[in-house]
Design a protein around this ligand. Structure first.
Ligand SMILES: [Zn+2]
Length: 436
């Protein structure tokens, strides 16, 4: 099993099963309902967990909830604690509807303060961080490898931490330094007391501490959106490695969702919430949509692409409406997933399968086994189909044809089959179906 690693810019082999495979994925910052782009790392990490477990690996997946962050304070001045609690609940509710199960641990920053403070203390003692005016900053020049993950080197503008620009720069020794702890500001409704005074942690140190708390000082995979490479993950590496931890071995960064050619983001105002997407398209179509794109590449979110995904989901349902045939092999499917978790390729392989058991097994990896449960026809249509079979039995073909037309007018097709009861009702092939 190999995966592309951003740090070495190459495919890296996972240890053989049972591993372990310990994974940390950066979860959402909770200040609104998550958008469908935020759902991608959740979906990819849950699929990877399910696949690795089926392959015999011992997996521990941690996906955090960032419930202390500048964005939350800005979104609900004086009331950020309540907003973060509500939005954490929305996140769980919405991702639950994807039907993929949950990560093994979903820690919150607010529940990890002692570990965060202890890690900052270690960095200060080791000379990698310094208190200044109630804040504590990471001393970037003390970490020689800074910039290796993102490929940003040198002391230029590109190295300034864009998310940290609002910080009082006159307190920093170097413009690249970033905050580990931020002094309490007027109007902020949550704070903790620590050796440097009242305040709250910076975003990057939260993840370093939460990953270590649940996975230990070294782990196999760290994931998140490609937009987190710099500064978030660069800073996580600087903090944890400076504190003597090996930290993550493989860095997986998923591509962004694009809406009308632009990255879906709150700041651009072009977002579709996961809840809206689920209401409109349903979980199966949405999951087939995600399957169709390689996790590392950007994918477009549009009606056209989602309609194609709905048609693909429908074509899987149709396989189960017809008799099972011994067509398809597991091996090329597994090979696609073992080669950088290529779900687009695995999806193409599954489209060739006609063996019901095999297809159900493949779909199950992605939480799509529900496509095997093709819906039953309404009882009254079953009655009409039975009457049609009787009419044909007594060679009253005119009556048989009339009943067939009546069934078709109701949107169903009747097929004659050898198996009992001698007929099969199938919805008249729509190319795709949209949720009401
Ligand atoms: Zn993170």
């Amino acid at each position: 099993m190999r995966l592309y690693d951003t740090a070495t810019r190459s495919l890296q082999e996972l240890p053989p099963p049972p591993g372990p495979v310990r994974m940390y994925f950066c979860g959402p910052t909770v200040y609104q309902r998550i958008h469908v782009g935020n759902a991608r790392p959740f979906v990819v990490s849950m699929w990877l967990k399910r696949w690795l477990e089926r392959s015999g690996y011992d997996v521990n997946l941690v996906e955090n909830i960032t419930d202390i962050n500048d964005k939350i304070y800005a979104a609900a001045p004086g009331n950020s604690g309540e907003l973060a609690a509500d939005a954490s609940r929305w996140y769980i509710e919405d991702t639950e509807k994807l039907g993929l199960g949950r990560p093994d641990h979903e820690p919150k920053a607010t529940e990890t303060i002692p570990q965060i403070v202890a890690l900052i203390e270690e960095l200060v003692e080791g000379g990698h961080a310094y208190p200044a005016g109630g804040d504590v900053y990471f001393r970037v020049p003390s970490f020689a490898d800074y910039g290796r993950l993102s490929g940003r080197h040198g002391d230029d503008d590109a190295m300034r931490n864009p998310s940290e620009e609002e910080e009082r720069s006159e307190l920093k020794e170097d413009p690249r330094d970033f905050a580990l702890w931020k002094a309490h500001k007027e109007g902020e409704d949550t704070w903790w007391d620590c050796p440097w005074g009242r305040g709250r942690p910076g975003w990057h140190i939260e993840c370093s501490a939460m990953a270590e708390a649940f996975l230990g000082p070294a782990f196999e995979i760290h994931g998140g959106g490609i937009d987190l490479v710099f500064p978030h993950h660069e800073n996580e590496i600087a903090q944890s490695r400076s504190a003597g931890r090996e930290f993550a071995r493989i860095w997986m960064h998923n591509g962004m969702l694009r809406l009308a050619g632009e990255k879906m983001s709150k700041s651009l105002g072009n977002i579709v919430s996961l809840r809206e997407a689920l209401d409109r398209w349903g979980r199966e179509t949405l999951l087939v949509y995600f399957l169709g794109g390689h996790w590392r590449k950007p994918i477009d979110y549009s009606d056209e692409v989602l309609e194609q995904a709905a048609a693909q989901a429908e074509s899987f349902r149709n396989v189960f409406r017809s008799g099972s045939e011994p067509v398809g092999e597991w091996e090329p499917f597994a090979a696609a997933l073992e080669d950088d978790f290529n779900t687009a390729e695995a999806l193409a392989v599954m489209h060739g399968w006609r063996d019901h058991d095999l297809l159900r097994r493949g779909l199950e990896v992605f939480g799509l086994e529900t496509l095997a449960e093709a819906e039953a026809a309404p009882v009254e249509l079953e009655g009409l189909a039975r009457r049609r079979a009787d009419a044909r039995e007594r060679k009253d073909f005119a009556e048989g044809d009339r009943l067939r037309d009546e069934i078709e007018a109701a949107g169903w097709e009747v097929r004659d089959v050898d198996a009992e009861p001698g007929f099969q009702l199938v919805p008249k092939a729509p190319t795709w179906r949209r949720r009401p």
